[in-house]
Design a protein. Structure first.
Length: 393
């Protein structure tokens, strides 16, 4: 089989032998079990429990949980590689699994020992997590959130408000919820984070969104009505939520970029297979020079983005904490590329690309949201551009 430059890039990923074996097992699971089910789950919009069960049987949640709490404590790099592989097979399943990490990583980084001991073993065993930030008045500007945390005595916090566009919100065992502490009168300084457990009285699912893509991954609106939560569930101190939120996004943005690049690689691979086989005017489509120019641009952009993905993975594994701009660059370019490649994939497939018989139709729908969540790409461009502005003395 012809080895491409993208295959060589994959092979160059430097992982310890145990992590390489994990990644190979995930690739096999994605190809043999998850990919064949993806179209049916997309059409039915049913939560892909079979896929989650298969992943849990492989112990995938344990991958990113520290060993002290029942996990394996593997590298961020191999986590990103696994997100990409699962998302190549089924974007819905990819984001469900990645959301476990997005929601629970702040507990690992900022939680007390007691919080970690209570929450993380559940996740390591296959529990689901959720990250609850967005509200009708708080999208790109998270400081506009109105969810309110009011202390009641010394042991209880009463939560009132709601969230929208919450991944895993109706299925999560633990939800990391951001709101404002009632006793702090500062839009930014009041932001606080706490964990809400599944089934807590006052936690209500208002609706499930009907979406363009990622149709098997549940996205819901939640309400909190006089919901009482133990004060022991507050992550960090009241008012430390913005710091926790920004740290969380710095880790989740490369993760959603990996998910977008999984979609991009799937669309690229499908296109290559199709235009190597399909003939027009007596020639394979890939033999037309104009098509080759398009492939050259797409393949080069894809190789550069994937190389940047692995760079950020290595930075995090080496202990870097200041990588927010690098993460924004990756999220912005990776998601734009997913949309670009999936769009070109539909075009290269001609009329067939517009039909559900070919998965490029689904990939194009799945790609769009990657430009929107974890900060719209307009916001990331603003963050990156602002980075180069010299501060006035």
């Amino acid at each position: 089989m012809h080895q491409t430059v993208l295959d060589r890039l994959d092979e160059s990923l430097d992982l310890p032998e145990d992590e390489r074996m994990v990644l190979e097992s995930v690739k096999q699971l994605a190809a043999d079990k998850i990919a064949p089910r993806a179209a049916d789950y997309d059409r039915s919009s049913i939560f892909p429990q079979d896929n989650i069960d298969e992943m849990n049987a492989l112990g995938m949640n344990a991958m990113f949980v520290p060993e002290a709490y029942g996990g394996l404590g593997l590298s961020y790099t191999v986590y990103l590689a696994c997100v990409r592989e699962i998302s190549k097979a089924c974007a819905s399943t990819g984001i469900i699994w990645a959301t476990n990490f997005h929601g629970m990583k702040p507990v690992m980084d900022f939680g007390t020992e007691a919080q970690k001991q209570r929450i993380l073993p559940t996740i390591a065993e296959g529990g689901l997590g959720s990250l609850c930030i967005t509200e009708p008045t708080a999208g790109s500007d998270a400081t506009g959130m109105k969810t309110r945390f009011t202390p009641k005595g010394n042991d209880t916090v009463v939560v009132n408000g709601g969230k929208i566009f919450i991944s895993n919100g109706d299925v999560a065992d633990h939800l990391l919820v951001f709101g404002k502490w009632s006793e702090i009168d500062d839009p930014k300084g009041a932001i606080t984070a706490l964990v809400v457990d599944k089934g807590t009285p006052g936690l209500n699912v208002l609706r499930k969104e009907e979406k363009m893509g990622h149709r098997a991954a549940t996205t819901v609106a939640l309400s909190f009505e006089d919901m009482e939560v133990s004060r022991d569930n507050v992550i960090g101190a009241p008012g430390e939520g913005l710091k926790i939120l920004l740290a969380s996004l710095n880790k989740s943005r490369p993760s959603v970029a990996a998910q977008a690049l999984g979609i991009a690689r799937a669309a690229f691979d499908d296109s290559i297979a199709y235009i190597n086989d399909r003939k027009q005017s007596g020639r394979r489509i890939i033999d037309f020079q104009g098509i080759q120019f398009t492939l050259a641009d797409l393949a080069t952009d894809l190789a550069m983005c994937e190389g940047w993905l692995w760079r950020i993975g290595r930075m995090v594994d080496a202990g870097a904490t200041d990588f927010g701009i690098e993460a924004s660059m990756l999220k912005m370019r990776g998601s734009d590329l997913a949309m670009k490649i999936s769009d070109e994939a539909v075009q290269l497939h001609g009329g067939y690309g517009y039909c559900q018989d070919y998965r490029v139709e689904r990939l194009m729908r799945d790609a769009k949201i990657t430009q929107i969540w974890e900060g719209t790409n307009q916001i990331h461009r603003q963050l990156i551009g602002r980075h180069f502005a010299e501060r006035l003395r």
